[in-house]
Design a protein around this ligand. Sequence first.
Ligand code: ATP
Ligand code: MG
Length: 275
Amino acid sequence: MLLSVKDLCIHFHSHLDKPVKAVKHVNFELNEGEVLAVVGESGSGKSVTALSLTRLLPPAPQCTLSGELHFNGGGNLLTFSERQLQKIRGGGIAYIFQNASTALNPALTIGFQIAEAIRLHAPVSATKAKVFEWLKKVGLDPERHYGAYPFQLSGGMQQRAMIAMALACAPKILVADEPTTALDVTLQNQIIQLLKMLQKSEGVAIIFITHNLSLIKGFADRAMVMYNGEVVEQGTSEQILGTPQHPYTQALIQCIPSLEHAEQRLKTIEDYQIL
Ligand SMILES: Nc1ncnc2c1ncn2[C@@H]1O[C@H](COP(=O)(O)OP(=O)(O)OP(=O)(O)O)[C@@H](O)[C@H]1O
Ligand SMILES: [Mg+2]
């Protein structure tokens, strides 16, 4: 097993209110090369759970964590020093987020930023050839995009560059936190296809966070549904999509627009004119 999360609780403390219990007694596991979808509405604790894996949350006393997080057979990550955590960030567990445009440095070329990511985290040398190879793998044009600045790339291309930066460090886990939410539907599908392909070629495990259940079909092996800081249901993607047990999961599935539910679509002005 690559990652095991046991009884994870995450609380935020402010001076004024009661603590916010953002994550409550969460348990899950991830195997090597597996794709796990984490689904749930805004504020359900998806991002905070993902960030806790490399302790990218505010320090105590603002934020306190308890439980056991084990990565790749190591000790409990919650007891790790900053130095030990640095080794895991990027090189062991890498992230891509919703807004590639804000995550990229606007003043540096794409090629430089990918090389920098490799230099920081991976044992391989960050040669230009290596960066070219990664640009090609994510569907960018090495000749054109190596020397390009982020503003010269579209949103979809920027997300591709982020994926190259994250995977060039050869992590064991890629956490993709709503990586397609800022993109239109066509680009969304292209990025999912790219992640699917790279998951196979690189053998990387993926934690795919989304509030959109329709994206997990044919991509995620398993899914877990979060509601109000708790995992309310876990299973294979087929189980979650086909025979959801929890009322919240059932409600999420009803939100998926599909051709079978076409009769529930909004009526157009034309429909009313016929009536
Ligand atoms: N730095 C913080 N300080 C205080 N509370 C926080 C902080 N970060 C997150 N929270 C709270 O933790 C809870 C879970 O937030 P989280 O960002 O994990 O939700 P999410 O499921 O990722 O939502 P979204 O789909 O909108 O990204 C929310 O109630 C949020 O307000
Ligand atoms: Mg989030």
